[in-house]
Design a protein around this ligand. Structure first.
Ligand code: GLA
Length: 428
């Protein structure tokens, strides 16, 4: 069922009343079974670093234009990002022209995207990458560009025709929870109906929280990932608030994550201006523990070798992409030190210890091995590798032993624990 372009003046409420009379059949309990995001999506997203810069006269290198995405696509291939797993090059808000075309379709701003999105998608595909785009469930995007309300089928089909591979669907300018839920559900099936495999990235729970607790089981049936918390910015305070929110809501959100559907704590801001080295380590380690989609928002034309090595760290990415697909959780917090753990395939575990203290120097923490991984991670013995801040083989540990680590202020030590039986231990 499509909404015609003549209805575009209707506001969200009026149009939903109209739609309520039509048996358009939102599937009630159908899972989003598009076979995508079996591990957390990895890529690049323009928002945090480039925001809504429309001024291509004054700032040709950082305005939202096809040139920016073409340059990023080239670098994603030439500088090893694609090989490390970053596959989706994603456009956020502010790509659109202020008006739809005569057929009611969204169109890219003709000055900033003279070749249009279809040609950009072809270019991105020619590099072996995938293209993501942004739209909004309500009447306008958050930056005020045309919203998809009343145009869900047209927009889904337009994106599919252009060769888009991911849709970030924002939730601004929708006036009720019902409209929000119906819109997110409708777009999910509209994307599926196009027959193109399009990752569906939602912000549905973020816009629900002020009014009602989200039903994450339901959201998982429609979305490949979903944002719950405020936008990230390039600051330690922001990263910290996301981690605090996640640990304080973990009973509600952790069990819902798994292949095909993930909690999204927002972009990686590593490689920008606001985080110290240790804080960047903390973001990378904890985004791996949280099984978070890894969307970098930085300038790949200008990034330090250290940030690049951290973002491309194979062992850390392997934890993020672990095929078991279970999200980690905070196990305990003791005097400003916090220990998180994540079960991995092959009975392995990832452990992260954060030092939240913002005064003084590195602090020691003694981990009693028996307490890790629900008591079984290291029973009867295990091999422990420190992955961050630097890779170091720590060797074999018995179930009853202890491990002493040192963590820099606002930094994190990330460990990988491989279980060893008595036999394998003796053989080694
Ligand atoms: C919202 C989203 C952000 C970004 C902006 C764009 O704030 O949460 O991630 O997409 O809109 O306007």
């Amino acid at each position: 069922m499509q909404l015609r372009s003549t209805e575009r003046q209707l506001d969200c409420a009026l149009a939903l009343c109209f739609l309520a009379l039509i048996p358009w059949g939102i599937p009630r309990a159908r899972a989003l079974d598009n076979g995508l995001a079996m591990t957390p999506t990895m890529g690049w997203l323009h928002w945090e670093r480039f925001m809504c810069n429309l001024d291509c006269q004054e700032e040709p290198d950082s305005c939202i234009s096809e040139q920016l995405f073409m340059q990023m696509a080239e670098l994603m291939v030439s500088d090893g990002w694609k090989d490390a797993g970053y596959e989706y090059l994603c456009i956020d808000d502010c790509w659109m022209a202020p008006q739809r075309d005569s057929k009611g379709r969204l169109q890219a701003d003709p000055q900033r995207f003279p070749g249009g999105i279809h040609r950009l998608a072809n270019y991105v595909h020619s590099k072996g990458l995938k293209l993501g785009i942004y739209a909004d469930v309500g009447n306008k995007t958050c930056a005020g560009f045309p919203g998809s309300f009343g145009y869900y089928d047209i927009d889904a089909q337009t994106f599919a025709d252009w060769g888009v591979d991911l849709l970030k669907f924002d939730g601004c300018y929708c006036d009720s929870l019902q409209h929000l839920a119906d819109g997110y559900k409708y777009m999910s099936s509209a994307l599926n109906k196009t027959g193109r495999r399009i990752v569906y990235s939602c912000e549905w729970p973020l816009y629900m929280w002020p009014l009602e607790k989200p039903n994450y089981e339901e959201i998982r049936q429609y979305c490949n990932h979903w944002r719950s918390f405020a936008d990230i910015s390039d600051s330690w305070q922001s990263v910290k608030s996301i981690l605090d929110w996640t640990s304080s809501h973990q009973e509600r959100i952790v069990h819902v994550a798994g292949p095909g559907g993930w909690n999204d704590p927002d972009m990686l801001v590593i490689g920008n201006f606001g985080l110290s080295w240790d804080q960047q380590v903390t973001q990378m380690a904890l985004w791996a523990i949280m099984a978070a989609p890894l969307f970098m928002s930085n300038d790949l034309r200008n990034i330090s070798p250290q940030a690049k090595a951290l973002l491309q760290h194979k062992d850390v990415i392997a934890i993020n992409q672990d095929p078991l697909g279970k999200q980690g959780y905070q196990l305990r917090k003791v005097s400003n030190l916090e220990l998180w753990e994540r079960p991995l395939a092959g009975l392995a575990w990832a452990i992260a210890v954060i030092n939240w203290q913002e005064i003084g120097g590195p602090r020691s923490y003694t981990i009693s091995i028996v307490s890790l991984g629900r008591g079984v991670a290291c029973n009867p013995a295990c091999h422990i590798t420190q992955l961050l801040p630097v890779k170091r083989e720590l060797g074999f540990y018995e179930w009853t032993s202890e491990l002493k680590i040192r963590i820099n202020p606002t930094g994190t030590v990330l460990l990988r624990i491989e279980k060893k039986s008595h036999t394998s231990e003796t053989l080694l």
